[in-house]
Design a binder for this molecule. Sequence first.
Ligand SMILES: [Zn+2]
Length: 282
Amino acid sequence: MECCRAHHIIAIVSLVLILSPVVVHGWGIDGHLTICRIAQSRLSESAAAAVKVLLPASAGDDLGSECSWADRVKFHYHWSSSLHFIDTPDNLCAYQYTRDCKDEYGVQGRCVAGAINNYTSQLLSYGNAASQYNLTEALLFLSHFIGDIHQPLHVGFTSDKGGNTIDVHWYTRKTVLHHVWDDSIIMTSEDRSYNSNVDGLIDAIKKNITGEWADQVQTWEDCSGNQTACPDIYASEGIKAACDWAYKDDYFQSRVPIVNLRLAQGGVRLAATLNRHVPRTV
Ligand SMILES: [Zn+2]
């Protein structure tokens, strides 16, 4: 009988397009924390040692605790705001570096993919006393931006600012679609499944990385062809996920699995990026 199909309704999100200027954020604090904690647990010995040296003492050797630093300094480092996302052409569901990686003034390379390339290159100078870069900042920016590029709506349509101008209801709360993907899905998932504790979520994702997703991890880590970093792959996946999962007018199925997958990929790839380069330089 048609009527008796079981529904797993997490939420019904009604989309109403409105025009309201909203600041673009990345994953919320827990999303970034999750990615950085997963990454730190997968670092090679030399990459882990470098991260320990570069982290500020206040971090207590916990990369996760500084993973939202780039959001905190956005207003102080005003130039960095456009490095957190990519605007792609409306409804195209595709990304191209040369066409899309630019800031609001059209300056090429100033987007999250360009920033990942830039800060990965800077980290190549680790161990070189003549390095002109602030490698602590490079590490914190890279760790944050590899997280951001895995939030599907950080590679989103230009006119709605990655879902920031799309008004939605998440249960009883009014919010915007971008925020649902930054925070709401993760927080609801933590509340329902992990006693509102981010550590439970991190453990569950780690288990999936070594279990259910184990045979995909190598592909996630892949970055061949002498490239310093591979953000274009992640950005193309992002806009596809945004089209397949985020830009929909109903939410009859949980979006939790896609959020968990992107958090896992972010963590695995941050570790892989650091592991690829840092050992060469020490
Ligand atoms: Zn961000």
